[in-house]
Design a protein around this ligand. Structure first.
Ligand code: NAD
Length: 455
């Protein structure tokens, strides 16, 4: 694995590319124009760089070419402004040889056995290699286990490039080399309190030249860059951040179950604990973990840890607790209906919110999907409402084929289940009109009604 270098090592940055970066003449290629890659491409475009986006999804590339967006929080005018500054998108990798820096933002899911599925990184590396140029900077941003950059990305690039270029490593000359770094994405979708450029950017280079170039590049866009000693340290930094969240969410989820049994309001307790000015950070319980990151990333590390004969107990335990939460929600709905002499089998239910968290248009790994499937399996007649999803079809793990139900005649449902607390919902009205409300998010806080069951 990683040859490390001291952070304080002298930075002998290749001057040509560094000069181009400082003059904003470096051409940037972003591979993977999804939730991470598209905003990053726009950020670099906004920073006066010539940016080309590469994606295998023809529909996305066509939308961008038409000046449209496919991500709710990015408006079409933003795409059009970027296009006017020269931003373009393509499915054709041949233009990659004209770029000076290539940033990879492709998916890193788990396979059906919860093992890292690196096929997108591997395919991307194989697509880049034929176009690789001496002096180019290649940065991986996809979240992955420590070692991926050096053990997976670099060998493919080195083996498959026709010019026989090597990744620059400590002690190597600058002839016939390209530069490689890892820099994790730290976006928090839906969070408008921190501007993207104010989120410090972690950088770990294969050698100090790669680290220096990546730091220089990101430093023109982000207010602060933080250099660590290797790609593996940067990869691990991202995993630590996500595992920290995942474990703490599991902790409050477990304590919520205890509090429910003890008749204590966990939300009140968290608000009180939050007043401590040190040593406590608030995490909130919910119907389960969702998103592309938290339910997935920790298992990248537990998989890698096995190579070192190491069992990551906290990750496994947190995974167990968080995975149980949708089942807990279904039990709570069953009990709440049973209290009203109604069976789940045959009950009409409205699930509010499909997105994995509020105010975003992302349903990857959303607990709402699991909950809907479980409720349907139990014989309930389930509808959903989510302003971000007019319909939901087939995903990697679900096949729902449902249309968004209007938020009307709520008393036709035996139960309204709040799975995602979108800000646009009028919760007092929902409680007023529904027969029964099961709330997994404390969205009905402050509303007094015996129709509400908090779970
Ligand atoms: N979404 C987030 O909030 C977030 C936050 C931090 C880190 N990440 C990490 O960033 C990475 C990307 O996540 P995302 O949410 O942007 O994924 P995404 O699915 O939204 O986008 C990935 C894009 O890559 C494209 N792609 C796949 N293979 C390709 C290839 N060979 N060549 C070109 N394009 C290809 C896909 O078509 C898609 O448009 C993942 O590793 C994820 O864990 C995501």
């Amino acid at each position: 694995m990683a040859a490390t270098m001291p952070i304080a090592a002298a930075q002998v940055i290749p001057q040509e590319l560094e000069g181009k970066i400082q003059a904003r003449q470096a051409r940037i290629g972003i591979i993977g124009l999804g939730y991470v890659g598209l905003p990053l491409a726009l950020l670099f475009s906004d920073g006066r760089y010539a940016v080309t986006g590469f994606d295998i999804d023809v529909a996305k590339v066509e939308k961008l070419a038409a000046g449209d967006s496919y991500i709710a929080r990015i408006g079409a005018p933003e795409i059009q402004e970027a296009r006017a500054r020269g931003f373009s998108a393509t499915t054709n990798y041949s233009g990659l040889h004209e770029t000076d820096a290539v940033i990879i933002c492709v998916p890193t899911p788990l396979d059906e056995f919860r093992r890292p599925d690196l096929r997108y990184i591997i395919n991307t590396a194989e697509s880049i290699a034929p176009h690789l140029q001496a002096g180019q900077l290649i940065v991986l941003e996809s979240t992955t286990y420590p070692g991926t950059t050096e053990e997976v990305l670099v060998p493919i690039l080195e083996k498959n490039n026709p010019a026989g270029l090597c990744a620059a490593r400590p002690g190597m000359g600058s002839h016939g080399v390209f530069y490689v770094a890892f820099s994790p994405e730290r976006e928090d979708p839906g969070n408008t309190t921190v501007a993207r450029r104010d989120i410090p950017k972690i950088v770990g280079g294969l050698d100090n030249r790669a680290a220096g170039l990546a730091t220089a590049l990101y430093g023109t866009i982000f207010r602060r860059t933080v250099q660590v000693s290797s790609p593996a340290a940067a990869e691990m930094t991202k995993l630590l951040e996500n595992i920290y969240r995942c474990v703490n969410i599991a902790l409050v989820n477990e304590l919520k179950l205890l509090c429910l049994r003890m008749g204590i309001d966990i939300w009140e307790v968290i608000e009180a604990a939050k007043t401590k000015p040190f040593g406590f950070q608030a995490f909130y319980p919910g119907p389960g973990l969702g998103g592309h990151c938290l339910p997935v990333d920790p298992f990248y590390l537990s998989w890698k840890a096995k190579e070192f004969d190491f069992h990551t107990s906290f990750i496994e335990l947190a995974g167990e607790i968080n995975t149980e939460m949708p089942y807990h929600v279904v039990s709570a709905v069953t009990l709440a209906l049973s209290d009203r002499k109604k069976a789940l089998n045959g009950a009409r239910l409205l699930v509010l919110g499909l997105a994995y968290k509020k105010d975003i248009d992302d349903l990857r790994e959303s607990p709402s999907l699991t909950i809907i499937e479980l409720l349907r399996k139990a014989g309930a007649k389930v509808s959903y409402n989510d302003p971000y999803f007019p319909f939901v079809g087939r995903g990697r793990k679900y096949d729902l084929h449902m249309k968004c139900a209007p938020l009307q005649n709520l008393n036709q449902y035996d139960c309204v289940l709040i799975a995602t607390d979108h800000s646009d919902y009028d919760y007092p009205r929902i409680v007023r009109e529904a027969k029964l409300v099961v709330d997994t998010r404390n969205a009905t806080r402050g509303i007094q009604s015996n129709k509400i069951v908090r779970c």
